[in-house]
Design a protein around this ligand. Structure first.
Ligand code: B12
Ligand code: SF4
Ligand code: SF4
Length: 265
């Protein structure tokens, strides 16, 4: 029995409530990429040869399966998380940090449970981000599976000056994806292959960044500065500032109080 896009949307919505993701995010938007989209092979050069193609990612768990589709979803952060972060100038608000630390646990469970659903219906499925090495991704500032690049292929949005993915529902969100052998019609990319089409280069994110990690052009973003700021000025103080919060903390100030926060500018 096959599974339609409508079935997947219904299943994702169920998972959104069942995992508690609804406490941190607005409901998911679903997009589909073809697993053999030529952009995936190009990421071996654009990102690095360590970046997996959908076929490589699926073969790690199902060596005999053929990767056909990549299911991608985007969940904007709640108004509470966004508005509280808007007034911050040096570190994330507690609600933003909760969405990063505990909202992502829900998002991880959504990935796992969607795979379980597909497998029980007879399809191979895997969540590549959960099979990759997060520590290595942070050290190298690029992982084996970049959710933003994958979402770009699926037509979800394009990169901003801050490097956030600007979608129809803005840049303040979290992403996820699952590779499967289920055949689904891919979404069209309204922006073609232009990675920066939807950014106006207004510079508001640059002004918001306390680490001076965002420059006037896309190539000027300094990922190491962003990471260093998180370690030295946020994570180091986390027990004082947040008490019980014990997970990694990036400020995300470049994603709030900006024209692309909750819409495509
Ligand atoms: C490592 C990591 C970090 C590191 C380094 C981030 C980095 N590389 O930019 C640190 C710890 C600093 C970090 C910080 C944050 N992160 Co982070 N992080 C990741 C992680 C695990 C991997 C990122 C990765 O591999 N990127 C790949 C590299 C190559 O990307 P890049 O350098 O930005 O790519 C540029 C070029 O490739 C360029 N490009 C050049 N030529 C071309 C050509 C084409 C065709 C294309 C498509 C692109 C392209 O486009 C990009 C933009 O300049 C992902 C989860 C995941 N598995 O994807 C989350 C992720 C990227 N993080 C996320 C978030 C939300 C954050 C924070 C806001 C923190 C927070 N707590 O909320 C900050 C934001 C920093 C910023 N300015 O974007 C979200 C981003 C969602 C979004 N809104 O865009 C992700 C996707 C997690 C998720 N599940 O949603 N993160
Ligand atoms: S704030 Fe302006 S420059 Fe920065 S990503 Fe959004 S649209 Fe682009
Ligand atoms: S997450 Fe914070 S430090 Fe990193 S680029 Fe955005 S505003 Fe700057």
């Amino acid at each position: 029995m096959s599974i339609t896009r409508a079935d997947l949307e219904q299943q994702l919505n169920r998972l959104y409530y069942a995992t508690g993701a609804n406490g941190f995010f607005e409901p998911p938007t679903l997009k589909i990429a073809a697993a053999d989209d030529p952009l995936f092979a190009r990421f071996k050069t654009i990102i690095g040869d360590f970046h997996w193609t959908p076929a490589e990612a699926l073969a790690m768990k199902f060596p005999a399966a053929t990767a056909r589709s990549v299911i991608v979803w985007c969940m904007p952060k709640t108004e509470q998380a966004r508005s509280s972060n808007r007034v911050e100038t040096a570190r994330p608000s507690l609600d933003w940090a909760r969405a990063r630390s505990f909202g992502e646990v829900a998002n991880e469970n959504m990935r796992r449970q969607l795979c379980r659903y597909l497998e029980e219906k007879g399809f191979a499925a895997t969540p590549p981000h959960l099979n990759s090495d997060y520590r290595q991704a942070v050290q190298r500032l690029a992982g084996n599976w970049s959710e933003r690049h994958v979402a770009f292929v699926a037509g979800m949005g394009t990169f901003g000056l801050s490097a956030g993915l600007i979608t129809e529902r803005g840049v303040a969100h979290r992403l996820a994806s699952v590779v499967t052998d289920l055949e689904l019609a891919p979404d069209v990319r309204p922006y073609g292959d232009d990675p920066f089409a939807w950014c106006t280069k207004c510079g508001a994110c640059r002004e918001r960044c306390p680490a001076h990690a965002i420059g006037p052009d896309f190539k000027d973003r300094d990922k190491a500065k962003c990471l260093e700021y998180a370690f030295k000025h946020i994570t180091a103080n986390r027990l004082n500032d947040y008490g019980w919060m014990d997970l990694s903390l990036g400020c995300g100030l470049c994603q709030t109080g900006v024209p692309c926060e909750h819409k495509r500018p």
